[in-house]
Design a protein around this ligand. Structure first.
Ligand code: PLP
Length: 508
């Protein structure tokens, strides 16, 4: 046999083969090419001339790769198991971090294991642990192990989802994931989509497609719209005077009448209304704009409705969330971040676009050197749906998450996040040291210390976060700082919520 043995797919740590289903030979000959136990294998002979080559071109031997790789698995499992014993957020001193991690680039090889220990002990512990059960700040990232496995596989295989010809498998996975998201969110067949690095990129990608379809014109946002939207609009060349910020109502929702009035005013002035940006779960309070009514307005006025559901949209998987988000499925473009409430490690955002071909119209490119990897028979080249050309296969982890846990368990995990915020609201209402500012909505509740002002709220959040017990954000509503818990981690307990609130009540 000419092929150097590089291991066996589905080998367990104890060396015995794992019971993995054999891939269909009609789909891939890969497993056969790298397998040591599939009998006479002419594929390997054909694919690899008879010379030994290092398994890792930079010199790591297979046994060493396994030893180091298993160490990584153990540390990551420790990380999952270890919370909540470690701080929810820790920040190192710049000088100390630079001296532990920096210095001139090493000329000689070093010990990989000791370098990995430095990474774990110095770099990876000094950050916000968005997956910590008492991480309530901003929008947590409660990543799941099934998703981490998918990320490792995709990275280990250096997977690529730029073109069909160069990555049919990963592209097929992405198309499946996009279609799963589409159907779970209730968007129609024919909706197209793409995965991005996160909500900011998904929003900007959607706005590019919208603008390409509508042409230049005015975009309508609310004072609760995520900052990535305005930044995205400005960065794609929308002039500041073409961005209208509409004031929200008492529940921090974008009022349809006010948008309609702005649209009428712009038309009277001879301006051209183009895009309405609604939010399905605002970052500050979890408020949901009146999506159905905004969709009706956009339909009547011929405007593109972009819905930013970066954090809130996954709630549509459960009944209560679906009711709160009714009308979201009417969006022309819709953003959802799997790295928020779909339990994925960073990074992965997603964009769904109802109008077939709108993404390709905005992003298609055809340079000479890509002619051989340009789809000609109706397949999809994902590079034509986004600004990224070389792009990793982010869908692999999302696919594996759904295959590992199933929609039912994911739905239950999302429901738990909604209930935890309601538990927090009950605890706050039962205690006269607190006043609830906005009720629990899609896993977010905001509150303040009774009779105290902005300064005390900010100080309390900073103190509890600095102590490491929990990470809590303050935010500003109508000019006043309030405390805020975002409770979308299903591993959070009621006790975590109660003890965090108690600590926030403590002396400054
Ligand atoms: N939109 C909303 C509603 C968000 O809550 C966020 C982040 O919290 C974003 C967009 C930006 O997402 P990302 O940080 O993934 O770019």
């Amino acid at each position: 046999m000419g092929a150097r043995r590089v291991g066996r797919i589905g080998t367990r740590r104890d060396g015995r083969p794992a019971p993995a289903p054999a891939p269909s030979p009609s789909v891939t000959s890969y497993a056969r090419a790298v397998s040591t136990d599939t009998g006479p294998d002419t594929t390997s002979e054909r694919m690899t001339p008879g010379e030994a080559r290092p398994a890792d071109t930079l010199g790591l031997e297979p046994d060493e790769m396994r030893r180091l790789g298993y160490w990584v698995v153990d540390r990551v499992v420790d990380h999952f198991e270890g919370a909540p014993a470690y701080p929810a957020l820790s920040t190192g001193a710049p000088d100390a971090l630079a001296s532990a991690l920096g210095g001139p680039p090493p000329e000689e090889p070093g010990d990989a294991l000791s370098a990995m220990c430095t990474l774990v002990d110095v770099a990876l512990c000094n950050m916000q642990h968005g997956d910590h059960p008492r991480f309530f700040a901003r929008v947590p990232g409660p990543s799941s192990f099934g998703a981490v496995l998918g990320e490792w596989l995709a990275t280990g295989f250096n997977s690529m989802a730029a073109s069909w010809a160069g990555g049919s498998g990963p592209t097929a996975v992405e198309l499946v994931v996009v279609d799963w998201l589409r159907s779970l969110l209730g968007m129609p067949d024919g909706t197209e989509g793409v995965l991005t690095s996160g909500g900011s990129m998904a929003n900007t990608t959607g706005l590019v497609a919208a603008r390409r379809a509508t042409g230049p014109g005015i975009a309508y946002l609310s004072d609760q719209t995520h900052a990535s939207i305005r930044r995205g609009l400005l960065s794609i060349g929308v002039p500041p005077e073409d961005i209208r910020i509409v004031g929200t109502d008492a529940r921090y929702r974008m009022p349809v009448d006010a948008v309609a009035e702005e649209v009428r005013r712009d038309r009277r002035k001879g301006r051209r209304p183009a895009i309405v940006v609604a939010t399905a779960g605002t970052t500050n309070t979890g408020a949901v704009d009146p999506l159905r009514e905004l969709a009706a307005l956009c339909g009547a006025e011929g405007l593109w409705l972009h819905v930013d559901g970066a954090y809130g949209a996954p709630a549509a998987l459960c009944e209560r969330g679906r009711a709160a988000l009714a009308g979201m499925e009417l969006a022309d473009s819709l953003v959802l971040d799997p790295h928020k409430w779909l339990f994925q490690p960073y990074d992965v955002g997603s964009l769904l676009v109802r109008r077939p071909g709108a993404l390709e119209a905005a992003f298609r490119m055809a340079p000479e050197y890509l002619v051989d990897v340009t789809a000609r028979h109706g397949e999809v080249d994902m590079r034509d749906r986004t600004l990224e050309l070389s792009r990793r296969a982010r869908a692999v982890k999302v696919w594996l998450t759904f295959r590992t846990y199933g929609v039912g368990r994911i739905r239950a995990a999302i429901e738990r996040g909604i209930e935890l915020a309601e538990h927090a609201e009950r605890v706050l209402r039962a205690d006269d040291r607190w006043e609830v500012v906005t009720p629990a909505q899609l896993g977010v509740v905001t509150f303040a210390r009774t009779g105290e002002g902005s300064e005390e709220c900010r100080t309390a959040a900073a103190r509890v976060t600095r102590e490491g017990f929990a990470a809590v954000t303050s935010t500003t509503l109508r000019g006043t700082s309030v405390l805020r818990l975002c409770t979308i981690n299903p591993r959070t307990t009621e006790g975590d919520i109660e003890s965090t609130i108690e600590r926030l009540a403590g002396p400054a």
